[in-house]
Design a binder for this molecule. Structure first.
Ligand code: NCD
Length: 316
């Protein structure tokens, strides 16, 4: 059971202070290898065990959590719903109690239900790291996105960032809005009206909404594209064939933005659906930098959760 002594996991960006976020971003930079080839295994988490529990598909997040844990010297076990007893009808609480009885030091979890990790954190005496819960939050994605923006020499204060696509179903958008707003960015959320709930304007200060992609991109320093999350739509919110014509990012859009604009996407990308190949592969694309930063940011998060480093100096 949860007790006040249970170390804090990482459930979302919303509860974090700006200082705590900054501490994670700074530590992530320290974990970056000096040269491309000089990755060295560290022993900061030697003897610790983390469980990667994914109830939804994932390539980048799951792999990079696993690599991050291994680079810190921890042992890792990956469980996906398809190969586990979840496919035999076991409930979420029973699965987590079973894993909890094996005494891992942390559970990294992705689930289609918003709030699932928060609910479990209250029931288990083990810290949980949210790797994406439904349409709610995906905290490590927002952290790696911020690390990527900063690496391009762009300040978050006053940054105009356009987040474009299926905002309604995007945990990436929500976590990014929380993070960027704490740093004083000017955030424009853009998508078809059916995927752009009006209440998102109230999510945090500094948020505006538009259904016009040209307006969103005008003078933007960062453009973040999102996939249309068909798996979360009970009926198509927009005719598939028309989407790219209205909301797909093409080279000609980039002229509207700042000359040094960077284009981001959490992946998986759907070429020709929300982004053209020319843009995805262009000099302005930071998509693979985001993937690279996923590892160092997750190292910083795992270290913070498992050792408490970064908590004390970032006290409120
Ligand atoms: C995102 C997710 O799972 O929320 N992907 C990711 O973690 N890199 C976005 C998406 O699936 O479209």
């Amino acid at each position: 059971m949860y007790s006040p002594d249970t170390p804090a996991g990482l459930l979302g960006i919303e509860p974090l202070t700006r200082a705590e976020i900054q501490a994670i971003l700074d530590r992530a930079r320290e974990f970056r290898p000096v040269a491309e080839t000089s990755w060295r295994k560290l022993d900061l988490l030697k003897g610790r065990m983390v469980v990667n529990l994914f109830f939804e598909a994932s390539t980048r997040t799951r792999t990079s959590f696993e690599i991050a844990a291994k680079r810190l010297g921890a042992d890792t076990i990956s469980i996906t719903a398809q190969g586990s007893s979840v496919s035999k009808g076991e409930s979420l609480v029973d699965t987590l109690n079973t894993l909890g009885a094996m005494r891992p030091d942390a559970i990294i979890m992705r689930h289609s239900a918003s709030g699932a990790p928060h609910f479990l954190q209250r029931h288990l005496g083990i810290p949980i790291i949210n790797a994406g819960d439904g349409t709610h939050e995906h905290p490590t994605q927002a952290l790696l996105d911020a690390r990527t923006i900063l690496d391009h020499g762009v300040r978050l204060e006053g940054l105009r960032i356009a987040i474009i696509g299926d905002i309604a179903h995007s945990r990436v958008a929500r976590s990014n809005v929380h993070l960027l707003s704490k740093f004083g960015a000017d955030i424009v959320l853009c998508g078809p009206a059916s995927l752009l709930p009006r209440e998102l304007k109230q999510l945090a200060p500094g948020v505006t909404l538009t259904t016009d992609i040209n307006e969103a991109i005008a003078d933007a320093g960062v453009i973040m594209m999102l996939r249309v999350q068909l798996e979360r739509q009970h009926e198509a919110a927009f005719p598939a064939g028309e989407y790219f014509g209205s909301y797909g990012l093409r080279l000609e859009h980039l002229h509207l933005a700042r000359p040094d604009v960077i284009v981001m996407h959490p992946g998986p990308i759907n070429r020709g659906r929300e982004i053209s190949s020319e843009v995805a592969d262009s000099q302005r694309s930071a998509i693979l930098n985001q993937v690279e930063n996923g590892i160092v940011v997750r190292m910083a998060v795992l270290e913070r959760v498992l050792t408490g480093r970064g908590n004390a100096q970032a006290a409120h």
